[in-house]
Design a protein around this ligand. Structure first.
Ligand code: PAF
Length: 292
């Protein structure tokens, strides 16, 4: 039987341990999460495990990245199961700080990554990326990893973190990891548990929309509006799905494009009654790559 990972709740303990590991020449890998781990998280954990000596997974449901009418209170949590899963993946430390450890009274400093945070998810979640960048910066300061792994499902988040690391001269490598999907194509997400059985069946429209767009892209279509229209049509075919956005943007800075003449991201956000799901794929005319 695997032994449970060490649970660290104090930021000072976390930093002390990390610095001790470094004195022994260890490479420290980090996977930040909000818990309720699924196969998508575990694939990040496995990717990190392969490249480090000591692996830290953080579990912290970060209140500052939720809007006032969002699902902070009911966000799914299952620490015992998460610890068992981390044990199976040979995680060394689960960093599980409490809210007052992360945001003590009087907290007033936030990290804002300006332009990349504004479009797409930034429109319906205007304070989300400020919360994400702030907590990730804090976690980086506490864990002091050599590298951190982030999933490509949250593509905009990945760009926000990369930009923050670049602009604030953080000496941490950001390692992207591909989207992990259910057998029918739905991207794995902790929020998939909010879907009713009927919604779950219809939620496949996100990946179907991406596949339809990839199909016409692979046949030579380069017009952004035409590709977005195909994606929209697939989502609108499902009565329980309501589009938040369908966007096609430059994959390095999220600037708008009319024609795909550089690597671009086709990104979707779709509301169901209790869940808002996101997904994306890269359309790259240079390499002919159109991976999901
Ligand atoms: O992707 C997530 O789970 C969260 O946004 C993160 C990076 C752990 C910050 O709370």
């Amino acid at each position: 039987m695997e032994s449970l990972p060490v649970i660290v709740e104090s930021k000072l303990e976390m930093r002390k341990l990390s610095r001790y590991w470094k004195t022994k020449g260890n490479i420290i890998g980090f996977v930040p999460t909000m818990g309720y781990l699924h196969e998508g998280h575990l694939s990040l954990v496995r990717a990190a495990r392969k490249r480090c000596d000591k692996l830290v997974v953080s579990i912290f449901v970060n209140p500052t990245q939720f809007g006032p009418r969002e699902d902070l209170e009911k966000y799914p949590r299952d620490l015992d199961k998460d610890l068992a899963l981390c044990a199976r993946e040979s995680v060394d430390v689960v960093f599980h700080p409490g809210e007052s450890e992360m945001y003590p009274g009087g907290f007033q400093t936030y990290v804002t990554v300006q332009d990349i945070s504004k479009p797409m998810c930034g429109v319906s979640r205007p304070t989300h990326f400020r919360g994400v960048a702030t907590i990730v910066a804090k976690l980086f300061n506490m864990v002091e990893p050599h590298f951190a792994v982030f999933g490509e499902k949250d593509f905009q988040q990945l760009l926000v973190i990369r930009k923050m690391v670049e602009d604030l001269d953080m000496d941490i490598e950001i390692v992207p990891h591909p989207i992990v999907r259910e057998p029918d194509g739905l991207a794995m997400s902790s929020r998939n548990v909010y879907l009713s059985a009927q919604e779950r069946r219809q939620a496949v429209c996100l990946s179907q929309a991406l596949t339809a767009a990839q199909d016409i892209f692979s046949k030579g279509e380069r017009d952004a509006e035409t590709i977005k229209a195909i994606a929209r049509k697939n989502i609108q075919a499902m009565p329980l799905a309501k589009i938040d956005y369908v966007e096609l943007r430059n994959a390095s800075d999220l600037s708008m494009v009319d024609k795909i003449d550089c690597p671009c991201v086709l990104a979707l956000a779709v509301f169901f009654e209790k869940a808002r799901l996101i997904d994306n794929c890269i359309l790259d005319p240079g390499s002919g790559r159109y991976n999901k």
